[in-house]
Design a protein around this ligand. Structure first.
Ligand code: V47
Length: 372
């Protein structure tokens, strides 16, 4: 049977040739991909790269999210999670014992990762973070600890008077396994100043990841899209991540994060549409030729778009994500956890082969249950 494939419009022909020949795309190529109306053609090119790298596999993991405090000094306009000061309604900080109980009540057999992101809490000591990691390492040794965004690492460095390397080395000593990709938002100074001017700038964010990679840690990277950023600023963001990856090779996955507009001070902007989401997935697969994995984070995309994304450049659905808070406080209508069988069913019905992975993308073989 003849394999039908949609026509590539002539304006995208040069880009299509580069993609077929595995040549790097330029800033202008990125902009053209972002602005071209033919989403299916763009998606087809991204899918070509995705299948070249990963065949029909879509990865997922079994993970748990912990936000130990939402007290935060930063005033990011898009954030619905942070409550600025201790004592305000719904502000909270878990004691170590509360954090332990929180995990105990949610951890399930076979879970392999805990993802920890917190507010920038001015009232906590450096020992609090080290003890949190030590407690998790000793009570839940099966969990890889992926914790603290580059924004938090920078905050620790300033607050406790340590270099990035010292902060990271002490955290690793206490149990840290890798860094999540949050806090990147949008690098362009014009937009970043307006959205989150009081937290680390782009160079600082990138420097934390550079140091982490130099110390042998893997990390992820993200971009928040759908706020006030311009198309050029989206492409610029991806180019900066690509340059650092050329230097270090330490990024494992890129996760585009769609803005959720409720319960924050930027609220008037409508959320990105499904076509924006799919285009961003495709653009990132095409531009980030040196970052192995593109994650469709179902919590923010919704499970249906995350499924479609598996045909637009993504090869990862994140995980079971037991009890997500950041997006749900910002109005996400997704469930706040999925079971493994639900995740596998979503991946299979997208025509992909579900494969469980560890945080560092080692394949986890399915447990064989004895017959009878
Ligand atoms: O840095 C906050 C974003 C991020 C909103 O590394 C918002 O595997 C949209 O980074 N609308 C945290 N986005 C989440 C994150 C992440 C998620 C999943 C996997 C990984 C990984 C990392 O959430 C923040 C910020 O960019 N965010 N508020 C909002 N209203």
């Amino acid at each position: 049977m003849q394999h039908l494939s949609p026509m590539i419009p002539k304006e995208l022909m040069t880009i299509a040739e580069k993609v077929r020949n595995q040549q790097r795309l330029s800033f202008d190529d990125g902009l053209q991909i972002l602005l071209h109306p033919d989403l299916l053609a763009v998606g087809q090119l991204a899918n070509l790269v995705r299948e070249r790298l990963h065949g029909d596999i879509t990865y997922y993991n079994k993970n748990l999210h912990l936000n130990a405090t939402n007290v935060c000094e930063a005033g990011c306009l898009f954030c619905s999670f942070a409550r600025l000061e201790e004592g305000m309604p719904s502000a909270y900080t878990m004691s170590l014992e509360q954090a332990k109980q929180w995990i105990e009540q949610r951890v399930k057999p076979g879970m392999t990762e805990i993802h920890i992101v917190n507010g920038l809490n001015p009232n906590l000591s450096w020992e609090y973070y080290l003890d949190l990691l030590r407690m998790i390492r000793s009570s839940f040794p099966q969990l890889h600890i992926k914790a603290f965004t580059a924004v938090e690492i920078h905050y620790f460095s300033e607050k406790y008077g340590k270099s990035y390397a010292e902060v990271l080395e002490e955290l690793v000593e206490a149990g840290l396994g890798s860094l999540p990709g949050g806090g990147a938002e949008i690098f362009a100074p014009r937009a970043r100043r307006k959205l989150c001017g009081d937290k680390v700038d782009a160079d600082g964010w990138l420097e934390v990841h550079r140091v982490a990679h130099t110390l042998g840690l893997y990390s992820n990277c993200t971009m928040l899209y759908g706020t006030i950023e311009r198309p050029e600023e989206r492409v610029d963001h991806l180019m900066r991540l690509r340059s650092l990856q050329d230097e270090t090779g330490g990024f494992q996955a890129f996760i585009p994060l769609a803005y959720h507009p409720e319960n924050n001070r930027l609220g008037k902007i409508p959320a990105p549409t499904a076509t924006d989401d799919l285009r961003l997935i495709a653009l990132s697969r095409l531009m980030l030729d040196n970052i192995p994995h593109i994650k469709a984070y179902w919590v923010m995309l919704g499970v249906k778009v995350a499924q479609l994304a598996q045909r637009f450049g993504s090869n990862d659905m994140d995980g079971t994500v037991t009890e997500e808070k950041i997006y749900h406080m910002a109005g996400s209508a997704s469930p706040n956890a999925l079971t493994e069988s639900e995740l596998r069913r979503l991946i299979e019905s997208a025509g992909r082969r579900p494969v469980e992975r560890s945080t560092t993308y080692q394949i986890i073989e399915p447990v064989q249950h004895a017959a009878g």
